[in-house]
Design a binder for this molecule. Structure first.
Ligand code: SF4
Length: 259
């Protein structure tokens, strides 16, 4: 089943890469148009023309054709992190202290996915390290009897949105390919999606988390359990029992033989 999921993801990656190449080419044409360039040079460009072209291709919108290709080709999390580099593919990059990639066991059976870095995560460069992170660590260690290093933890968005606002659709569109590749490389048996934003993004659903949580969903052949975000639990401790119900299902799922 996991093999089937990986093959499906590869096909999707190819389609996604083609779509992004076309989008990247269109952005490039638009930038050329804005810069007053209407024709491609027939002869070898001069040094000054090359400089203009370099300036056009650099910047917040990424490089032509190289936006995601290296990330899609990555064979390990280390290669993926290198491919992401000093990412400027969306408008969140200027506000970040750190790009928060992900942490944990690269072969984890269990992966937790949240929304995006908050202030503490941005400062420390690691997901779920603030108060909400401590609660997640308690769920993993005290609740599940695992170590934080046994699981893999990542977010949909790798850079902190200003004032912790929800990520915007163009930011998700720019960053989600990295998460998809992380999932493909870790190949977890189970994903726990934390909070409304991560759940709705991963499941492509607008249904409220109260309807989605507590039941198994399919994410490209991987079992996905939505539950409340630890930050929500800090504000609503009465709902901890619901999360514990979800986590018990996850523990049972982890004990079941992989399909
Ligand atoms: S949020 Fe993602 S796409 Fe945007 S700059 Fe950060 S790493 Fe790049």
């Amino acid at each position: 089943m996991l093999f089937g999921a990986v093959v499906r993801m590869d096909l999707e990656n190819n389609r996604e890469e083609l779509r992004r190449m076309v989008a990247s080419l269109l952005r490039h044409v638009e930038r050329c148009d804005r810069a007053g360039i209407r024709f491609l040079p027939r002869s070898q460009p001069s040094a000054s023309e090359e400089k203009v072209a370099e300036d056009l291709l650099e910047g917040t919108e990424g490089n032509l054709f190289s936006d995601y290709a290296a990330a899609y080709r990555a064979k390990s999390l280390k290669e993926l992190r290198a491919a992401i580099g000093d990412c400027r593919r969306c408008k969140l990059w200027p506000g970040r202290a750190h790009l928060v990639f992900g942490v944990g066991n690269p072969q984890a059976k269990l992966m937790f996915i949240g929304e995006g870095p908050g202030r503490d995560e941005d400062l420390q460069g690691e997901p779920f390290v603030g108060r909400a992170g401590q609660l997640l660590t308690d769920i993993i260690t005290k609740g599940m009897g695992l170590k934080r290093e046994d699981v893999y933890i990542a977010n949909v968005i790798k850079c902190r949105p200003p004032e912790n606002r929800n990520p915007e659709p163009d930011e998700v569109d720019s960053c989600e390919p990295f998460l998809k590749k992380q999932i493909e490389l870790v190949r977890p048996q189970i994903i726990v999606a934390l909070g409304k934003f991560a759940v709705q993004t991963l499941l492509r659903s607008k249904a409220p988390i109260t309807r989605l949580r507590g039941i198994w969903h399919d994410y490209h052949g991987i079992k996905l359990m939505p539950t409340f975000h630890p930050a929500y639990l800090l504000r609503n401790p009465g709902d901890k029992k619901l999360v514990w119900e979800d986590i018990k299902k996850v523990l049972k799922g982890l004990r079941a033989p992989a399909a």
